[in-house]
Write a protein of this length. Sequence first.
Length: 357
Amino acid sequence: MSNNLKKIGCNKSVLASIDSGILEQFDLARVVAVHKESYTINNGEIDVLAELVGKLIFNASSPADYPAVGDWVLVNFYDEKTFAIIHEIVSRKSLLKRKTPGKKVEFQLIAANIDVAFIVQSLNENFNLRRLERYLVVVNESNIQPIVLLSKSDLLAPEDITNRINDIQKVMPDLQVIPFSNENESGLDSVRKNMQPGLTYCLLGSSGVGKTTLINNLIGKSIYRTEAVSKKESKGRHVTTHRQLTQLDCGAMVVDTPGMRELGFFSVDTGIEETFSEIMALAEKCRYNDCTHIKEKGCAVLDAVDKGLLSQDRYHNYMKMSKESTYNEMSYLEKRKKDKQFGKHCKTVMNYRKNLR
Ligand SMILES: Nc1nc2c(ncn2[C@@H]2O[C@H](COP(=O)(O)OP(=O)(O)OP(=O)(O)O)[C@@H](O)[C@H]2O)c(=O)[nH]1
Ligand SMILES: [Zn+2]
């Protein structure tokens, strides 16, 4: 493997998922930006505009069959490496996706092959355990390692900061939590120490918590978000977009795409089990295998809530998210049916009440 590829995150496990011999036919490159009909790829040396080979488009049956930022792709270069054709997507180590807003039950790829997600909340107004759990579910489900960053530590007294960290670690003792401040730079070194060359990171969190300021601090100069890629698509149109995968001086890479900015429609599924692992453990002790933990006799989860061993808030958030998860998995038709049934149910209840009056 060339050093240049290693620099942009290529490692043994990437190579292990490529059939031997295929690299005699193709070059390996990484997708650093996704445009409407084309991609910017990088081979560790230069950015090159690339398009998909017809076969890839023809065989695609879901959004997951198209490249995402961070993907490793097998390509052929043309015209003195000014243009490339993407032939294959190398199987992914992790994939971050979200539900598309609107009626169709579809999803959108946000980024591939992210190693670590920094989940950023500000210690002052944005701090919220329930929101943190939502992010954790998505990150765990996507096979990405989470690290929690608590920003704006300059605005709180040290004991308040400790209390908030304790609040998190009471329910999730294994989670790494780092408080920091962009303002007085405390904690920035801890963040830096957690960024390794060759690994790919992303920052998730609400608007205004300090993600952009943090990246600029990590880079050391305020160039982030100003670096634009301007390329010509094959149809002659110019596309100008911001780089979506950037390398920091320390050698770590950061993915930042518009879709990453808000959690909104992220899909929620298996990550629930990891995030609420203590509830999963309790559920195994419920009397009934199919216990819904709502009102059953012998429900170990409800029992724990009663005894104060499991907080009401955490229980409610778990219930809410597992409901959303089941709802998300339903097809559009099933959802309509369910919504209709619910509508009917409401009507029946309303009529019943009217008749009582
Ligand atoms: N006091 C304090 N203010 C901060 C800190 N970090 C960021 N800010 C301020 O918070 C505001 C938002 O910071 P951004 O870095 O733009 O936040 P963001 O998360 O990138 O927001 P979006 O770009 O909307 O996603 C700015 O006015 C920053 O100056 C911090 O550690 N302490
Ligand atoms: Zn139960």
